[in-house]
Design a protein around this ligand. Structure first.
Ligand SMILES: NC(=O)c1ccc[n+]([C@@H]2O[C@H](COP(=O)([O-])OP(=O)(O)OC[C@H]3O[C@@H](n4cnc5c(N)ncnc54)[C@H](O)[C@@H]3O)[C@@H](O)[C@H]2O)c1
Length: 275
């Protein structure tokens, strides 16, 4: 997809942060935007329509399959199509894995993993059926979906985001024959409300930022990007049908360490098997 003018874009998690910036940026490029969030997306819709395109707000919980199905029906009733689906809504849990309760796991996986799956299941069959211009899906994972060994007690979050990466890599292969691109957004630290709305459990409560908008103690020196800069990278990634959209080239070293450990395991297996 090269041109966003007149396209219909659905963005989840659009009331805040990366989703709000993405919705606004897409509208600046002439796309009509459906802003979806569990909170009121009215402020985002107002910014979108101020750019002279159509905006539609939907207060929907992405973890509900039935609600996402109903949303897709409403979008197709109004616009007759969907060209770009950004499954971006997500939540963070600070908790050691052993402290993570069943309820916390359900919350984490239902929003971060099922939320993405629900968006795809509700919209993509209709996108395939509508045919015509190339369409695109962007699923928001995280740098934590590529490297799980950071200093923060966010193992359940990492597990959910690794799932998004695996799901999306498979989806990219499945949808290519239909002319639908899939990109996986893996942001590093971005200046949004996510740490303020995160859940903090057990001993991990000490990671709660002291003031709204401030980073956790270990992240004070991490480069925090602004959501609008992430939105620009996403638009470039869509235009290039990039499999991955990263925001922090600083991750390169850690990615190499992980890949090297896996390559070393191949060598170990080859030696052990005499291959
Ligand atoms: N901010 C970062 O540093 C960072 C880094 C890596 C990945 N991410 C990912 O980026 C995405 C956007 O996060 P953000 O940083 O903009 O956070 P944010 O908290 O500013 O925005 C997330 C939005 O998702 C919405 N949301 C949460 N649960 C929902 C649900 N069940 N149904 C519908 N909407 C729901 C929230 O209401 C909120 O408006 C998330 O998937 C997050 O995991 C963020």
């Amino acid at each position: 997809m090269q041109d966003f003018k007149g396209r219909v874009a659905i963005v989840t998690g659009a009331a805040s942060g990366i989703g709000a910036a993405l919705a606004e940026r897409l509208s600046e490029e002439g796309a009509n935007v459906v802003a979806v969030d569990r909170d009121s997306p009215d402020a985002t819709v107002a910014k979108v329509t101020a750019n002279g395109v159509q905006g539609m707000g939907a207060q929907v919980d992405v973890s509900s399959r039935a609600s996402m199905e109903a949303l897709a029906a409403r979008v197709y009733e109004r616009f007759g199509r969907a060209d770009l689906l950004c499954n971006n809504a997500g939540v963070v849990l600070f908790s050691t894995l052993l402290d993570t309760t069943d309820q916390d796991w359900d919350w984490m996986l239902s929003v971060n993993v099922k939320g993405v799956i629900n968006g795809v299941s509700a919209f993509v069959p209709r996108m395939i059926e509508q045919g015509g211009e190339p369409a695109h899906v962007v699923n928001t994972a995280s740098g934590a979906g590529l490297i799980a060994t950071g200093p923060l007690p966010t193992g359940a979050y990492a597990a959910s985001k690794f799932a998004v990466v695996g799901y999306s890599e498979s989806l990219r292969a499945e949808l290519a024959p239909f002319g639908i691109g899939v990109s996986i957004l893996c942001p590093g630290s971005v200046h949004t409300a996510i740490l303020d709305t995160a859940r903090y459990a057990g001993t991990a409560t000490e990671w709660k930022p002291a003031r709204a908008g401030s980073p956790t103690p270990t992240r004070e020196h991490v480069r925090r990007m602004e959501p609008k800069d992430v939105a620009n990278l996403v638009l470039t990634g869509i235009r290039e049908n990039a499999p991955y959209i990263l925001t922090h080239p600083e991750m390169k070293g850690a990615l190499e360490v992980r890949l090297n450990a896996q390559l070393a395991a191949c060598d170990t297996a080859a030696r052990a098997l005499g291959l």
